[in-house]
Design a protein around this ligand. Structure first.
Ligand SMILES: CC(C)(COP(=O)(O)OP(=O)(O)OC[C@H]1O[C@@H](n2cnc3c(N)ncnc32)[C@H](O)[C@@H]1OP(=O)(O)O)[C@@H](O)C(=O)NCCC(=O)NCCS
Length: 310
């Protein structure tokens, strides 16, 4: 007797499954209406988890996978993933990719999910998460939280740039490719990304994005050798101010430390007061996936195609 069942979900009517879907995944489904598959898991007639994949031309990208803490460790995520792999095989999509930022048991379990199925899992970078409250009394950053704050006149949001200006920035060979705005296309929010502009030339920038309710990312920072030393601090203060007012209060702020300089910056910014996550990247060749439910350790999931009534 199966303990849980799976069912296809309509992201526009996710109902009780919505709490298990990353908000960005639901927004993406509602906005683009592209090729996506959403699955829900049901335990004892209640929603208990969900997964979502976006189908690009030759690959599936896992954009959300979450299982209720009450039923973790019982094979629900494995069953969701296997079902998505079946769908990939059905679509003749040879690769499933996933990039996830997790910690502790969730990170171990997510790695195990992919490794067990033959995936290559690569650690990308540590991610530091801070609470913006810690900056209220900061000597340098406290102005970001005051109503009278005005950004430096050199600061311009990316949302004010023309497409020609953005293209010109992408052609600047002195900017490492992994720091360019194009490297963050899906996550970058132009109104939270700010440049230091002097006589029409971008000398520095800070890129930002929204990662969930009351949660923002510092995605990338770049500064030309000749830029004023204080411009980073001013860009950062202006970005924190935008996040604070957009959120309507305090928020979680994360930054990924991909280089030794970024690691140093993260340590300075956090002052040791942070939660550490890790970003891992998994690449799974769907054709090489071993059969489902190896050794019959988990109860067999049922794919229930009936109407969602949980
Ligand atoms: C990662 C997650 C989906 C796993 O869900 P789950 O239903 O508990 O996973 P399963 O029971 O299918 O177990 C998957 C694998 O992890 C292992 N595992 C599960 N919990 C574990 C734990 N606490 N420690 C070590 N391994 C663990 C299982 O043994 C299994 O490996 P195996 O097949 O080699 O035996 C779940 O922990 C979760 O939802 N975490 C939060 C994820 C999140 O924040 N998502 C949002 C961003 S996408």
């Amino acid at each position: 007797m199966p303990l849980f069942s799976l069912r296809p979900l309509d992201p526009k009517r996710a109902g009780p499954f919505a709490q298990y879907c990353l908000p960005q995944a639901l927004q993406e489904a509602n906005r683009d209406g592209g090729e996506m598959t959403f699955l829900g898991a049901v335990w004892d007639q209640s929603a208990c988890g969900a997964a979502a994949v976006r189908w690009d031309r030759d690959r599936g990208v896992l954009i959300s996978l979450f299982v209720d803490p009450l039923v973790r460790g019982r094979g629900v995520a494995g069953a969701l993933l296997d079902q998505l792999l079946e769908e990939a095989a059905h679509r003749s999509v040879p690769l499933l990719l996933a990039s996830y930022v997790l910690r502790e048991d969730s990170l171990t379990a997510m790695d195990a999910l992919f490794l067990r199925r033959g995936a290559k899992v690569v650690p990308l970078a540590p991610i530091f998460e801070m609470d913006s409250r810690r900056y209220h009394d900061s000597r340098f950053l406290a102005p970001a939280f005051r109503p009278a704050f005005q950004p430096d006149p050199h600061i311009q949001p990316f949302s004010a740039f023309s497409s020609e200006q953005l293209e010109e920035l992408e052609r600047r060979t002195e900017i490492p490719p992994f720091l360019l705005p194009s490297a963050y296309r899906k996550r970058l929010e132009p109104r939270l990304s700010l440049a230091w502009v002097d006589e029409g030339r971008v000398l520095a920038y800070i890129l930002g994005g929204e990662s969930g309710p009351a949660a923002y990312n510092l995605l990338s920072v770049w500064r030309e050798a000749g830029a004023p030393a204080s411009c980073f601090l001013r860009l950062l203060t202006a970005q924190l101010n935008l996040c604070y007012y957009r959120c309507g209060g305090d928020f979680l702020y994360t930054l990924s430390a991909v280089t030794p300089e970024a690691l140093y910056l993260a340590e300075r910014l956090t002052g040791g007061d942070y939660t550490l996550y890790e970003e891992h990247f998994a690449q799974l060749e769907t054709a090489h996936t071993p059969p489902l439910q190896e050794g019959g350790e988990h109860a067999s999931p049922l794919l229930d195609n009936g109407p969602s009534q949980v």
